[in-house]
Each structure stands twice: as C-alpha cells, then as structure tokens.
Design a protein around this ligand. Structure first.
Ligand code: UD1
Length: 424
C-alpha cells in the first residue's frame, strides 16, 4: 500500500494548476445515462472515484472512453440497471445513478452504501423524493430497487440540505412527466454545474443556484459537451498549505467566485490574497521581523451548506489552526463523525480537545513529524498540510483516500518545492 513521505519545513513557491472538481464530475458523468446520444465531458480529473464511476457505467453496458481529461460516454446500449455492492461500497456517490436510471429506463437496483468513516450518511431523502415522483421502492437484500413506468412531477421538500440528494432528484425530474419543485435544494456550485449540463441536454430548469429548483420534465434529452468546473476544495487545500508552510503561490484554472467562505477565512488567518477571474495568488511569510517565526492567526469555523463554510474544507483549516497564534474553534454541523484527523494531528504534537461537535485547537509554535494514518479524503489532506510544516519526517499511511479525490497531489506539491514523495 502506498504511503506519502514528507520532510517538513520547505516554503511553497510557484504556480499550480487546479483540476476539475471531483464532486461536479461524478454527478455529471452519471447524467450521461440520461441520453442515448454522445456525451462528452472535459476537465475530468484523473481520480480513483472517476475510474469507479466509469467502471459503474461500463458495467451497465454504456461505453465510457477516456482520453486525458476528456471522457466520452455513449449510453445507447445500456442493458443492465444495477449498481453492485462491490462498487458502491468503495464510493458512496455511486448512488447518483439511481435518479437517471429510473428516469430513463423505469428501473434501477442500487446497492445501499452502508457505513462510512465520517458518519451514518443515509440516502432516505433520495428515496423519499423518488417515491413522491411515483417510483415504487423496495429495499431487498441490501439493494434499493426502484421502479416507475414514467416518473411524475412532484413537490419535494427535503428534510435537510443534501448535495447528492438534490442532484439525484434533479436528474430524475428532468425526464418526468410534468413539473417538479425541489425545495430546500442544495446550492453548491457543483449542483449548479450539473444543472448547466442538463440544460445543455435540453432540460428545462429554473431557479438554478437557488434553493428552489423548478423543473419541467421533457420527453427526451440529447447529447452535449461540457467542461467541468474547477475544484474549489482542491484549490482551498493548496491555499491552506501555503498559509501553513509559508510561500508565494499562484493557483491557475480556479473559480474564486465559488470560494467566498474559504477565502474570507484565509484572509482572517493572515493570508495575502489577490484574485482574478480564474486565478488566485496567495502569500504568507513565515519569517517575521528580526527573524521571528510568523504564524497564521487562529480562526473559528462553523461548517454549513453553501454558501456557508464547506465541511470538505474543515480538516485543512484544522491543520492551519494547529500551528496558529491563539485558540480556534471548529464546529462541524453536517457530519457527525468528522474529527477523525484530530487524533492523528495530536500524534504530530497538536493541542486539540473535542467537545461534542466542536474541536478547540490551541495553536502550538511547531509540530514534529511522526507516522500517521489517513482515515478519509479530507483528513488525508489535513495531514499532508500538517506534515509540510512539521519538523522532521512524517509518513502518511493509507493514502488511497487521498487518491480518491486529489489529482497528483504529491507531484503538484513537489513542483512547488515541498519535500514529498510516494513510497510503496
Ligand atoms: C456531498 C459531497 C461531499 C460533501 C457533502 C456535504 C459529493 C460526491 N460529495 O456528499 O464531499 O462533504 O456533500 O457538502 O458531492 N443526509 C441524510 N439523508 C439523505 C441525504 C443526506 O440524512 O438522504 C444527511 C447526511 O447524513 C449529512 C447531510 O445530510 O449529515 C448532508 O449530506 P449530503 O449533502 O447528502 O452529502 P453527500 O451528498 O453525500
């Protein structure tokens, strides 16, 4: 199993190109199931989760060809509407085939995802919405079995803001008979990116970017071409890395307009930021007056649905707070068990206490390298950031989590001057 070996202490300098967003690419690729016509998506990141999605689509009889960052899907030959446990258990987002399959083929069998490191993460809202649209749903042998001759438009109010839930229901509603209203819809930019793809296929959606989506179902959708939006979480992760390690880095191919909450916290923590339409320059000098060590300022964070502070950026800011001046509090409101990185940060010397869904982080002047273990995707990113500042060597085990969501993280960081390499 691969590990990352990092020698802390190097400043980060230069330019880095941000990849396409994982959380936009996954639903968009699943939307390819909605049409028998050619469907071509560019700026698709090379990630384990993308490979899993393509495997899922091929298993259904679709063709999915990949050339570099472009994926061409042809779902004219779909002959199987099942998402098997072997794939769903490795990637919860597989549930995103449910809406498109029922909408176009009238049937889907999708494995229930089961447990997850960051909390229970049920899919009851996806099921409730489809039932309101007239689908007959049964849970048998660990599978969600959904059937409908043709889905009907409905008014759906989700109990909480759910990103993939909104995406699934939107993909179901575009081919339903009549009008669907999704209230309390997720407003994440990735949901908006998917809506633009669907509109490009001929879907009729109003209220894009708001929490009320009006969808007028159509008989069929046609093929389209689309470029996936920039990954705001990957971008935010690099910005945190520069704030922690110090340096001067310009991010290219980013969309700062989708990152307000993150950028505001970075500024509050002391980062110097300059933004253009598709670039961000971040500067932080670790050496203060008379050679004294300069540290970021601690920040308080409370995760919330977009446009609030993203839960997917929480762990990375925890690493920054760990070495910051002062005490910061991080409150997680979206997932119940998303502090798995705390114990690993403590192994590096961080001073963190957990009280319920809040972590209280007393910043320390420095961390010291140690062997640690990645527990989930964003926890891995947090450990990489901490390792970049820790004195000595840190070895991060189980980085397959990182490979699920970050494209070539170690070579991008190495190009900025980090001492980082992958070891087997
Ligand atoms: C998506 C993102 C993930 C991000 C999360 C929150 C993808 C592929 N993943 O995950 O990176 O961390 O949004 O921004 O886009 N819930 C239910 N019942 C449901 C659905 C959700 O109780 O049917 C709960 C969840 O357990 C969680 C909250 O709602 O507590 C939000 O989850 P949700 O937005 O659905 O997360 P995902 O879409 O799985």
């Amino acid at each position: 199993m691969d590990k990352l070996k990092i020698e802390g202490g190097a400043r980060l300098n230069g330019e880095v190109t941000i990849s396409g967003a994982k959380n936009a690419a996954l639903p968009i690729l699943c939307a390819g199931l909605l049409t028998p016509e050619p469907f071509v998506i560019s700026n698709v990141p090379e990630l384990q989760d993308v490979s899993t999605t393509l495997k899922l689509l091929r298993g259904m009889g679709a063709s999915a060809e990949r050339e570099g960052h472009t994926v061409a899907i042809d779902a004219s030959g779909v002959n199987n509407t099942e998402a098997p446990y072997e794939l769903v258990k490795t990637m919860r987002a597989s549930v995103l085939v449910l809406g498109p399959l029922v909408a176009r083929f009238g049937e889907a069998r999708v494995s229930l995802p089961g447990g997850c490191a960051i909390g229970s993460r049920p899919v009851d809202q996806h099921i409730k919405g489809l039932q309101l649209m007239g689908a007959e749903i049964s849970i048998e042998h660990g599978y969600i079995h959904a059937r409908a001759r043709r889905l009907k438009g409905a008014r759906i109010v989700t109990d909480m803001v759910t990103v993939t839930g909104t995406e699934n229901l939107m993909m179901a509603a575009v081919l339903a008979d009549g009008e669907t209203l999704i209230e309390n819809a997720a407003r994440e930019p990735e949901v908006t990116d998917l809506a633009h793809v669907l509109i490009g296929m001929g879907a009729r959606i109003e209220g894009v970017g708001t929490d009320r989506l009006h969808i007028q179902g159509v008989e069929r959708l046609h093929g389209t071409r689309h470029r996936v939006m920039a990954d705001r979480i990957e971008a935010g992760t690099f910005l945190c890395a520069v704030l922690a390690a110090g340096g001067d880095v310009t991010l290219r191919s980013v969309e700062p307009s989708t990152m307000d909450a993150t950028l505001e916290k970075l500024r509050e923590a002391g980062a110097r930021l300059d933004c253009g339409e598709d670039w961000i320059r971040v500067r932080f000098d670790r050496s203060g007056p008379a050679g004294a060590l300069q540290r970021p300022r601690s920040v308080n964070i409370r995760t919330a649905p977009y446009p609030g502070f993203a839960t997917d950026m929480q762990a990375q800011f925890m690493a920054v707070n760990a070495i910051a001046q002062g005490t910061g509090m991080v409150t997680e409101t979206i997932f119940e068990n998303r502090f798995m990185h705390v114990q690993e940060l403590q192994r590096l010397g961080a001073d963190i206490a957990i009280e319920g869904n809040t972590s209280v982080i007393r910043g320390v002047p420095g961390l010291s390298g140690a062997d640690v273990m990645a527990t989930d995707l964003r926890a891995s990113a947090c450990l990489v950031i901490a390792a970049l500042v820790a004195e000595g060597t840190t070895v991060i085990d189980r980085i397959y989590h990182l490979d699920r969501g970050y494209e070539k993280m170690e070579s991008k960081l190495a190009a900025l001057g980090a001492n980082i390499r992958r070891v087997s």
